[in-house]
Structure formats: structure tokens, C-alpha cells
Design a protein around this ligand. Structure first.
Ligand code: SF4
Length: 448
């Protein structure tokens, strides 16, 4: 099984080119001038980091791009990743007043990218000056968007910040978990460089619990922030899932980011289990790497599907086949997976989440031939690690924090991002990290 080595470099480039190209100067200015600069801007309210959108757009209209970048970074340290990977149609752009009028929303994501691309192209001119060192230190576990945002904010407040990252390349899911036609690793690493420019130190290849104990960190630092995200891709726990060719979506997406594309194992007939945004990423990546037939298997209908409409359209355009109301019961094969035994489902009563529960239809079993299965059922919690941190309250794998300060039941420990919300957008993690930094600042200064 390896279809990807049949692709030529030209095909790869074409298949993985950016799905949303950058604005030219003229296009950006024209789009910025379409903005009504609403006083009580609904787009700002819809952004989890509450970027002052009309202000940054106005600055683009007047060609003050550095000022625009400063407005954006003041709210969001993951501004480039968010500009390219945020589900803008359900956040800022979905709330633009033009939508209500039945017209095209302002392309806020692309405008944000225009300002931030320019900032990095200029070599990151100095926009923020850290306060005088205050002699306090904070240890941050994880260098994803939550950890980086927390680190940036604390460094600017005068803290000595040390991030501990288990991988060899920092950035968390921004570096490893987003499809390359949305963002490339270099984008995420630019954000890492920006945070490092404030004096934040990042130790890579350090696994807390293995290379350094949590007790050591608690002794060493005045406070700890946990931004570890979630663990491995969740499994269905059905027979056959240890067969060769059955892999987790994040592990697959990480390989696409990490390896030369020809080295990524891709089957001819690939089934993705699950229908969230990560499932769509995995499906479209498999297809763009050369898989002939890519199917998404989901036990509910298109209406209940967690993937947003933009992602659904993307998958349809890529020719992904959807098997709705279908649930796998067994993976079949000798060494490699050869088929999936599925059962048809129908929607029954509503469950606790308010969604109608899928129930199997009697005698409806059938097989789908495949040579690769990718699990995209969300990630499992990092419970083993979290349970080693003293006095944390953990519910359903999530660390419980104070909603305003992000402080856990252990007063010295704060947390944010996917490990507290179970897996949301980059923009939510960036917001959490920033807010937690101010919670930590209050705690260290004896205010809470
Ligand atoms: Fe501009 Fe739309 Fe935001 Fe109004 S809602 S400020 S038009 S982007």
C-alpha cells in the first residue's frame, strides 16, 4: 500500500496548493474599503479572542499594515494560523452585517492574513516591549496555541517563561494537526518565533513526567500552565482495529506534515470513520495524495455531522463519498485491513446531547472493501498525564478550571485549550492562554 509515491512533484504541488490564496494589495484595499466599520461590530463579538476587526480593517484601508498587525496581535498571538484555519463562516464572517443583507461577508480571515503576512515579511518589526523582569517564573507544559499565547502575554508582563515541549518541533496542533492546504508548518513556526522574540524559552524534546517530573516543575516555578491539548485519536474498540492499515487521523495528518509526501502510507480505497473537521482533513488529504476512492462513514446524517458546511463542501468537491447512517462493527483482513463490516443505522430517541440517537437496523450488515481505515472520532483525553498533577479536578478527561482565571483546584496550576474544553478551535486555545496569563499574574501577585 502506497499510492502517494505515484504522484509527481507537480501533481503534489497542485493538489496541496493553498485553498484560499492571499490577497493582492489592490484586492485587500478594495475589500477593506467595503467594510462598514460598524460601531457595535458583530464580527468582533463573534470572534472568541474579540479582535477589534473594524479597527484592523480600517488600518488596512489606510495602508497602515503594521498598525493593523498590532491591533490583531493585541488580541490573538495565533493570528496567522487563525487567519488561515479558523472556521470564519461560523465565527466573524458569519456574523458580518452583510450576511443579514444577503450579501457577501467581508473576507475578514484573508484581510487578517494580509496584515500578518506583511508583518512577518518585514521581519517582525518590534510592536510590543516586555515590562522590566519581575523575578518570577512560570513553567508552561505544551507549546500549542494556548501555551504560546500564555507565554507571550506573561513575557510581556515581565515573567521569566519556560515552555516544555515533548516534540522536536514546537507549535502543537498548529504545526502538526492542520491540513497543509490550509496552513504550512512555516506559518506556525513564525508565530513560535514571535513569542520567542519576547524572551520566552522553549525546551523541545522534553516530556514532563519522563524527562522532568511535575514536582520539579512545581518547585522550580511560581506557577504552572498546562496547555497539553488532548491525546491520541479515539478508537471504536471493535474487532480488527489492530490490523495493518488502520490508523488514527491525527497520526496520519502529522505524517503528511512531517514526511516527504511519497513516504506517507495511503491506500487505494480509504475509509474515514467519523465526520468532524479532522475527518474531512484526513479524507481530502488521502484523496489529494492519490487515493482512488475515499469514503466517510458516519452513523448519523449530514444534518448532525460535526463538520461545518465549508468543510463539507470541500470534501464533496474532492469527490469524497459519504456513507451516512452507517456504523462499522468489524475490520476484516489477514494482516492488512481488507474490508469493513458495517451495519445500517436509523435515528431513534434524542440522547442527553439533544441529538437523535442512532440505532442499528436489524439484519442490515454489509461489507465495504478498503485497504486503509483512518479513525477520526476525536482525541482521547491525556488522562494518564493529567492525573499525575496533584489536586486537579478532572471530569470526563477535562481539567476543571475557574472560568475567569483559568486556575485549577491546585492554586499554583492553571490550564487552557483543548485539555479544558475537550477540543475546540485554535482561536479558543489562543484566547484561553492569554486569559490564563492574567489569572497567573493575579495569583503570583496575591490578588487571587
Ligand atoms: Fe466590517 Fe462586517 Fe465587521 Fe461590520 S460586521 S465591521 S461590515 S466586517
Amino acid at each position: 500500500m502506497n499510492i502517494a509515491d505515484k504522484l509527481t512533484d507537480e501533481q503534489y504541488k497542485e493538489n496541496f496548493k493553498e485553498i484560499t490564496p492571499p490577497f493582492t494589495r489592490n484586492a485587500a484595499i478594495n475589500e477593506a474599503n467595503r467594510c462598514l466599520f460598524c460601531y457595535d461590530s458583530p464580527c468582533t463579538k463573534a470572534c472568541p479572542t474579540h479582535i477589534d476587526i473594524p479597527t484592523f480593517i480600517k488600518k488596512i484601508a489606510t495602508e497602515n499594515l503594521i498598525g493593523s498587525a498590532k491591533t490583531i496581535f493585541s488580541s490573538n498571538w495565533a493570528a496567522l494560523t487563525c487567519a488561515k484555519a479558523c472556521p470564519v463562516e461560523i465565527l466573524c464572517e458569519g456574523s458580518c452585517v452583510y450576511v443579514e443583507k444577503g450579501e457577501k461577508a467581508i473576507e475578514i480571515g484573508r484581510l487578517q492574513r494580509y496584515a500578518i503576512d506583511n508583518y512577518f515579511e518585514l521581519g517582525m518589526p518590534k510592536l510590543f516591549t516586555p515590562k522590566k523582569e519581575n523575578g518570577k517564573s512560570v513553567g508552561i507544559i505544551g507549546s500549542g496555541p494556548a501555551g504560546l499565547a500564555c507565554g507571550a502575554e506573561l513575557a510581556l508582563l515581565g515573567y521569566n517563561v519556560q515552555i516544555y515541549e515533548s516534540k522536536e518541533t514546537p507549535g502543537g496542533l498548529d504545526t502538526w494537526g492542520i491540513a497543509p492546504y490550509k496552513t504550512i508548518q512555516a506559518d506556525s513556526l513564525k508565530e513560535v518565533d514571535l513569542v520567542k522574540s519576547f524572551g520566552v524559552k522553549i525546551k523541545i524534546g522534553v516530556k514532563v513526567g519522563d524527562n522532568i517530573s511535575i514536582d520539579e516543575l512545581l518547585k522550580k516555578h511560581d506557577s504552572i500552565f498546562i496547555g497539553v491539548g488532548l491525546g491520541e485519536s479515539g478508537k471504536l474498540r471493535i474487532p480488527g482495529e489492530n490490523l495493518k492499515g488502520v490508523v488514527g487521523a491525527l497520526e496520519f495528518i502529522e505524517k503528511v506534515k512531517k514526511e516527504k509526501y511519497k513516504a506517507v502510507d495511503v491506500g487505494k480505497h480509504v475509509a474515514i470513520i467519523g465526520a468532524g473537521n479532522t475527518a474531512i482533513d484526513a479524507a481530502t488529504e488521502a484523496k489529494r495524495l492519490g487515493a482512488e476512492k475515499v469514503m466517510i462513514i458516519y452513523r448519523r446524517t449530514a444534518e448532525e455531522m460535526p463538520a461545518n458546511s465549508f468543510e463539507y463542501r470541500l470534501a464533496k468537491n474532492d469527490g469524497i463519498i459519504f456513507h451516512f447512517l452507517t456504523s462499522p462493527v468489524e475490520f476484516i483482513g489477514k494482516n492488512n485491513v481488507e474490508s469493513i463490516k458495517c451495519v445500517k443505522m436509523e435515528l431513534g430517541e434524542e440522547d442527553e446531547s439533544g441529538r437523535r440517537k442512532p440505532v442499528p437496523v436489524k439484519n442490515s450488515e454489509f461489507e465495504i472493501p478498503v485497504d486503509m481505515v483512518i479513525y477520526a472520532l476525536g482525541q482521547e483525553a491525556n488522562s494518564n498525564f493529567l492525573e499525575t498533577i496533584p489536586d486537579l479536578e478532572i471530569k470526563n478527561g477535562r481539567v476543571i478550571v475557574n472560568e475567569e482565571t483559568y486556575q485549577t483546584d491546585n492554586p499554583k496550576v492553571f490550564a487552557g485549550g483543548d485539555c479544558i474544553n475537550g477540543g475546540k478551535e485554535v482561536v479558543n486555545a489562543a484566547y484561553d492562554g492569554k486569559q490564563a496569563a492574567h489569572g497567573i499574574d493575579k495569583y503570583v501577585n496575591g490578588i487571587n
